[in-house]
Write a protein that binds this ligand. Structure first.
Ligand SMILES: C[S@@+](CC[C@H](N)C(=O)[O-])C[C@H]1O[C@@H](n2cnc3c(N)ncnc32)[C@H](O)[C@@H]1O
Length: 253
């Protein structure tokens, strides 16, 4: 079974999965960022925060974007604790963040039992310059391990810097990540392993996992984006093999 998708709340779904069932957790949770003040961050929707006024797309909104920093850290700690239980010893966590939430996310991952190993930069070349300011052209990617890294099991040398624009053509999600970046990140898991994304959105991690020969478990709260992820993963699977043995589980919460 190359992939299984669950529609539901991450915490509820992860609690239903067995210990030691994945090799890496690679995820891009709602940042709960995007504003100068707590009021701006907690009163605007994801679309209002992350879509520019001139955007041509009409992509659907998504939930989970209105926590203040303390409750966001508490929420993420609970999920990362469950994700740690699901991960085999030596496995990795790869976690997208922006500059503002980077400290909250490194707190949450360590509180969840992970060993913080470092932070990579994702550079977005198409970012607009801002008069009188430094360009906000990077997001960040924390990574961590469950105990010591097992380099003998996966002797890879991976970059600490990635440069690629958010997809423009065929974009399916407001904060969609580039598959070319995700294809590099999944290589932190040993060949043929299983990768979990508990906030999968349109399924970019899963598409990359299948393209690189991994199995994938995905969780997404909305029915809309679960359906889009299902379509994208089915397409990726058919592009690489003739197999069609996947499961769409849930809704569970
Ligand atoms: C930043 S987006 C992920 C985008 C994804 N990386 C992609 O390329 O499409 C975060 C996703 O998490 C989902 N989400 C928010 N809260 C959630 C929760 N409690 N459980 C599961 N999914 C959740 C949102 O609906 C949203 O689609």
């Amino acid at each position: 079974m190359p992939f299984s998708l669950h529609q539901g709340d991450a915490l509820t779904v992860l609690a239903s999965l067995p210990d030691d069932c994945v090799d890496a957790v690679i995820t891009d949770p709602p940042y709960n960022s995007g504003g100068r003040t707590a009021t701006e961050r907690t009163s605007r929707t994801a679309r209002q925060k992350y879509t520019s006024a001139g955007a041509e797309h009409q992509l659907a909104d998504f939930p989970g974007e209105n926590m203040d920093q303390r409750s966001f850290t508490f929420w993420l700690t609970q999920i990362l604790t469950e994700a740690h239980r699901l991960t085999r010893h030596g496995g990795a966590l790869v976690l997208f963040t922006d500059w503002r939430q980077a400290p909250a996310m490194s707190d949450a991952l360590q509180a969840g039992g992970w060993l913080w190993r470092g932070t990579m930069a994702w550079h977005k070349p198409a970012t607009r310059p801002q008069k009188g300011r430094f360009k906000q052209e990077c997001e960040y990617i924390h990574w961590a391990s469950k105990g010591p890294v097992d380099a003998a099991r996966n002797p890879v040398y991976l970059p600490g810097f990635y440069s690629a624009s958010q997809p423009r053509k065929d974009r399916r999600h407001i904060t969609q990540k580039p598959v070319e970046v995700m294809r590099e990140l999944v290589k932190i898991a040993p060949p043929g392993g299983t990768i979990l994304d508990f906030c999968m959105g349109s399924g970019s991690t899963g598409v990359a996992a299948l393209m690189e020969g991994y199995d994938f478990i995905g969780v997404e709260k909305t029915e809309h984006y679960t359906q889009i992820a299902s379509e994208r993963l089915t397409e990726a699977l058919h592009a690489s093999t003739d197999r069609d043995d996947y499961e769409l589980a849930g809704p569970e919460a």
